[in-house]
Design a protein around this ligand. Structure first.
Ligand SMILES: Cc1cc2nc3c(=O)[nH]c(=O)nc-3n(C[C@H](O)[C@H](O)[C@H](O)COP(=O)(O)OP(=O)(O)OC[C@H]3O[C@@H](n4cnc5c(N)ncnc54)[C@H](O)[C@@H]3O)c2cc1C
Length: 392
């Protein structure tokens, strides 16, 4: 948001306050290359330190804002930060396990760099890793642990993996892919307790009565948007800070962006959706910056997302929720396929595994208009880009 403001020509003072001691960094590698030890700290940085100085962005790090009143933020150390413009980009915290034993040593979460450093530090010596939650972060970390030779069990309470983001056909693909590589995937079971010895976790007890040995547990059971500061200001919150298509909160002078928000569906404007992605955080921040500068640029970007697990690159464009038809192209058994989603005959999204060409084609169609009929998309022999009919 700070960078977007400067890019948009803003010259007013900007203070960027962060509770973490680190300058802003990218989170996606934390469950991928960084956790695997294949990316170093320096590669995570969003910008060079010089950037903030050059752009006259005052970085205040290691200070958590604990009180917000109109015109004044106060941090946990008692520092007062007066303001006349406010953008809330506070993200989310990981949902905690609420079962007995959840505070045992060896139970980890993965949201920030310090979490990743702790987890990475423990992974080397671990033998039995249990991942609670079969969403993207859990599965990415499971892939890293399994690739490092650990025994890995993934426990998911729903009856399929990644249930909130992909269709059953893709969930089933990931179940088989993880199992093929030696992980145990347990679906439809919850965790009832964690048990340990001398304060260290030793096993995970499941709702079907089974017990899985564990010396390291990673809970990836979703996030809770940070709404407490917004609530202090009396802003409307509903599972996130509610914003409109201009990233305005219920107090139109205050903008919010990223994981802490819920916003109208960027394409259909229906309902309120929370998009936990880098693309959304950056796209919404640009819109919020424009709003602060008095411009009205409605947010309508096509959502996109990626996930790397083993040698499987998943790329998603659009939102498949509400689809009434899907077309499978390619072969899940060959670990190269895509699924195109339709509503009322119109293309709305794609999930592509090791099929970047299909992903890029659908993203372009969703961005610029055009159509690919389900009947034509079924013809796997023809490259998808040759099946695009121009916008009407
Ligand atoms: C392990 C992991 C892997 C991911 N992988 C992918 C991926 O492959 N692709 C993808 O698109 N997305 C991925 N994501 C999601 C993506 O990183 C988030 O959507 C994105 O970081 C959201 O940005 P944000 O600025 O809204 O929130 P955050 O990145 O959470 O930033 C919010 C910041 O605000 C700070 N803060 C909060 N409250 C206060 C306060 N009161 N005072 C001061 N500072 C405060 C926090 O400490 C934090 O640094 C991943 C996330 C994680 C954790």
């Amino acid at each position: 948001m700070a960078a977007s403001l400067r890019e948009a020509g803003d010259e007013e003072p900007i203070t960027l306050v962060g509770a973490e001691p680190h300058p802003p960094y990218q989170r996606p590698p934390l469950s991928k290359a960084f956790l695997a030890g294949k990316a170093d700290l320096a590669s995570l940085a969003f910008r060079t330190e010089a950037f903030y100085a050059e752009q006259k962005i005052d970085l205040v790090l290691g200070e958590q804002v604990v009180r917000l009143a109109p015109g004044l933020a106060t941090t946990h150390s008692g520092r007062s930060l007066p303001f006349d413009r406010l953008a809330l980009t506070v993200g989310a915290r990981p949902r905690r396990l609420g079962v007995p034993g959840a505070d045992l040593d060896g139970v980890h979460y993965l949201r920030d760099l310090d979490d990743a450093l702790r987890l990475r530090g423990r992974l080397g010596a671990a033998r039995h890793v249990v991942v609670v939650g079969g969403g993207f972060i859990g599965l990415e970390a499971a892939a890293v642990a399994r690739s490092a030779g650990k025994s890995v069990t993934v426990v998911e309470a729903a009856d399929r993996l990644i249930p909130r983001s992909v269709a059953p056909v893709v969930s089933e693909f990931y179940r088989r892919a993880h199992q093929r590589r030696g992980s145990d995937v347990r679906l439809g079971v919850g965790v009832t307790a964690l048990t340990g010895e001398h304060g260290q976790v030793r096993a995970v007890e499941l709702s079907d009565g089974t017990r899985v040995p564990a010396d390291l547990v990673l809970a990836g059971v979703g996030i809770v948007p940070r709404t407490e500061l917004a609530e202090q200001l009396g802003l409307h919150c509903a599972g996130g800070i509610v914003v409109d298509e201009f990233a305005r909160t219920s107090e139109p002078d205050v903008v919010a962006a990223g994981d802490c928000t819920v916003a109208p569906h960027p394409r259909t404007r229906d309902g309120l959706v929370r998009l936990e992605s880098v693309q959304n955080a950056i796209g919404q921040a640009k819109v919020a910056a424009a709003t602060l500068l008095g411009r009205r640029e409605p947010y309508s970007a096509v959502p996109w997302f990626w996930s790397d697990q083993y040698d499987l690159k998943l790329q998603i464009a659009g939102l498949s929720g509400g689809h009434d038809e899907h077309v499978l192209r390619g072969d899940p058994e060959a670990e190269k396929f895509s699924v195109l989603y339709y509503r009322g005959g119109s293309l709305i999204a794609v999930d592509a595994v090791n099929s970047t060409a299909d992903y890029l084609t659908v993203r372009k169609v969703l961005d610029r208009g055009g159509e690919i009929s389900p009947e034509q998309a079924r013809d796997n022999e023809v490259p998808l880009k040759r099946l695009v009919s121009p916008p009407a």
